[in-house]
Design a protein around this ligand. Structure first.
Ligand code: GYE
Length: 305
């Protein structure tokens, strides 16, 4: 089925590929690095990129995808802001014979409506964050009070990171999530929600934030409350962008699970393969690591983003 779509429809006479890409927004350092990766890789690969920023709104993404269909691009790529609500527009792309590649985030639509999903295993990331806490506290008898800052409501990374994290810490009765709220993956929201949590709970031991940016915002709230982030309140996050790694190296974060935003090269490879009628894997998982404070110090000087 893959071979039938994409090849040549909408290509110019030289056979170059046009990729329409609908990005979530610019909500975090991760997202900025991801956008740059896609733009740089497209240039390098000689792929014509039509880029659209949805400002975290699904309706804007749907409008962008419809416009790509109208323009008869060769391949559509997008990072869906939330998991649900894509069936109609994905069916329209399929009817127009334009292959769709999901990058970074998943949808709950029938997999026949897209060619492949390229990105991280978010459940595994949540598990890695939980495992660090289990390792830290496994010998202690005292209860450990955890607050969780969740990503955008209904987004794949928020749903899956929460799931993986709670699955792993659930086996340890002394690890307790006492509050869990969305900070929409932004620094400003992370700070605001943490301020409220600090007022409501005097006994927070650990913050688990679904991304660095919310962790960085929350870190400011902790400092402004007269507490030491990294000591009075331990901070565990996901992403490993530069600012997060700096906080980790400075001892103000305690652990970061890496989520790589550098998906551009893989996306261009996939677009080329699809255009050439080659088969691609239905799921392409990004390879990632984890960082403690010592590892962050070592990695920082050569960190690209
Ligand atoms: O962790 C967060 C961004 O979808 C993996 O979105 C991405 C997440 C990333 O806003 O910083």
């Amino acid at each position: 089925a893959l071979t039938a779509c994409g090849s040549d429809s909408g290509s110019d006479s030289e056979g170059s590929i046009t990729l329409g890409f609908s990005q979530v927004g610019a909500e975090s350092g991760w997202r900025t690095a991801n956008t740059k990766s896609i733009q740089d890789s497209a240039k390098k690969a000689g792929i014509e990129l039509k880029f659209s920023d949805a400002q975290q709104k699904q309706e804007n993404q749907i409008a962008a995808i419809r416009s790509f269909i109208k323009q008869k691009v060769d391949v559509i790529g997008f990072s869906p802001v939330v998991v649900t609500g894509w069936d109609a527009v994905l069916k329209e792309a399929k009817a127009a014979d334009i292959p769709v590649v999901l990058t970074d985030r998943a949808v709950d639509s029938d997999p026949s409506l897209y060619v492949t999903f390229l990105g991280s295993d978010f459940v595994e990331e949540g598990r890695k964050a939980g495992q660090w806490l289990v390792d830290q506290y496994k010998d202690g008898a005292d209860p450990v009070n955890i607050v969780q800052l969740e990503g955008t409501v209904g987004s794949a990374p928020a749903i899956d990171r929460k799931k993986g994290f709670e699955e792993v810490i659930g086996a340890n009765p002394n690890l307790k999530v006492i509050a869990s709220q969305s900070g929409d993956f932004t620094r400003a929201k992370g700070k605001e929600v943490m301020q409220a949590l600090l007022k409501a709970h005097k006994d927070i031991d650990v913050l688990f934030a679904h991304n660095d940016d919310m962790g960085l915002g929350a870190m400011q709230a902790v400092e402004e409350a007269g507490l030491k982030p990294g000591e009075d309140i331990k901070i565990v996050t996901i992403d490993a962008v530069k600012d997060g790694m700096q906080a980790l190296a400075d001892g103000r974060f305690n652990f970061i699970v890496e989520c790589s935003p550098l998906l551009g090269d893989q996306l261009m490879d996939v677009a080329k393969k699809i255009d050439a009628g080659e088969d691609v894997d239905k799921r392409i998982v990004t390879v990632e690591t984890v960082f403690d404070q010592a590892a962050a110090k070592e990695a920082l000087p050569t960190r690209q983003y």
